[in-house]
Design a protein around this ligand. Structure first.
Ligand code: SAM
Length: 322
């Protein structure tokens, strides 16, 4: 893992995650975003449980090997996307689990490796792939029509200057292909003035990363799998880092939990969905990191933890209960 071990990812809200998961002997958990394995290790240390970890990044295998050695027979890394967790677990012969934990986004190891191309803080190839099975950012930036690029920047980066940036990208690539993080960041900075504390390129990089890895689609697929995998009493835990991620989790859980409002314009639709409610929400508001953690780990500042408990709703038509 070139350089990846230099800055190991510090697990965010580890104490809070462990508290709501409450690992117990004999239980089975999915750590859907293995990363540096901080959550997996804590689960394995706190109970005689089994952990199936998932990560799409082949570079984490070395870190997972260490856990497999330390906890023989209790830990397995599955390389793949968490959106496919149902089939990944099926392939292992596991029909149901007691907890699913998702710590969304990229790891510090990925961000801090210049050759992964996630960050404009370093000069590197415009890649941004967490795994290898998607198109890289350079391909999108150099080939998509301006309006598609603008839509990506607007939808996934909430970038108000999306059309201006897309036009600048198209103008620049007509002269020479855009191949590096620095080239792209400079193009964005040339048309967007720095008005707040963040670099003008921040939203463009976030948008492209989300698109390259289909991050939001992955979250939707994983959430849809959760009711099929979790046993009654099983805990679903999601830690998100920006509003687009959190909105998907919140919208999924609201009708699922029956906590719907008559004043919501989608009331009728939600009511129908509530019939299929699979979860209870111990609390409707997200949990935030402590001030102490946010102080020592700035990444924790934007973290929101949501938890839901699989209830005992009877099996519905077309649903395979485990
Ligand atoms: C924030 S880090 C997780 C850190 C981890 N909790 C720890 O304590 O070290 C996110 C990890 O999830 C992986 N990941 C993100 N989206 C994924 C997806 N859709 N499928 C599988 N892995 C994914 C990334 O490759 C990254 O390694």
């Amino acid at each position: 893992m070139s350089g990846a071990t230099e800055t190991l990812h510090k697990p965010v809200m580890l104490a809070e995650v462990m508290q709501v998961l409450g690992p117990r002997d004999g239980e089975i958990y999915i750590d859907a975003t293995f990363g540096a394995g901080g959550y997996s290790r804590a689960m394995l240390e706190s109970a005689e449980c089994r952990v199936y970890a998932i990560d799409r990044d082949p570079q984490v295998v070395m870190l997972a090997d260490a856990l497999a050695r330390d906890f023989p027979g209790r830990f397995l890394l599955l390389t793949g996307c968490f959106g496919d967790m149902l089939s990944l677990m099926e392939a292992e012969g596991v029909a149901s689990v007691d907890g699913i934990v998702m710590d969304l986004g990229v790891s510090s190891m990925q961000i801090d490796q210049p050759d992964r191309g996630f960050s404009f803080r370093f000069d590197g190839p415009l890649d941004m792939r967490m795994g290898s099975c998607t198109l890289d950012a350079a391909t999108l930036v150099n080939h998509l029509p301006a309006d598609e690029l603008a839509d990506i920047l607007y939808q996934y980066g909430e970038e108000k200057a999306s059309r201006k940036i897309a036009a600048a990208i198209v103008a620049a690539r007509e002269i020479a292909p855009i191949e590096t993080t620095t080239q792209l960041a400079d193009i964005v900075r040339s048309v967007v003035r720095k008005t707040d504390k963040i670099d003008p390129a921040t939203r463009t990089f976030q948008a492209l990363r989300i698109k390259v890895n289909d991050e939001l689609g992955e979250i939707e697929r994983a959430l849809a799998s959760a009711p099929h995998l979790l046993r009654p009493g099983g805990r679903l835990i999601a830690v998100s880092f920006h509003s687009l991620e959190d909105r998907i989790v919140k919208r999924f859980l609201r009708p699922q939990s029956k906590a719907i409002s008559r004043h919501d314009p989608h009331f009728m639709l939600q009511q129908e969905e509530a019939v299929n409610a699979h979860f209870d929400l111990p609390q409707s508001k997200p949990i935030h990191a402590s001030d102490e953690e946010s102080y020592v780990n700035p990444r924790a500042r934007s973290a929101k933890l949501r938890v839901a408990i699989r209830n005992e709703v009877p099996v519905l038509h077309g649903e395979s209960e485990t």
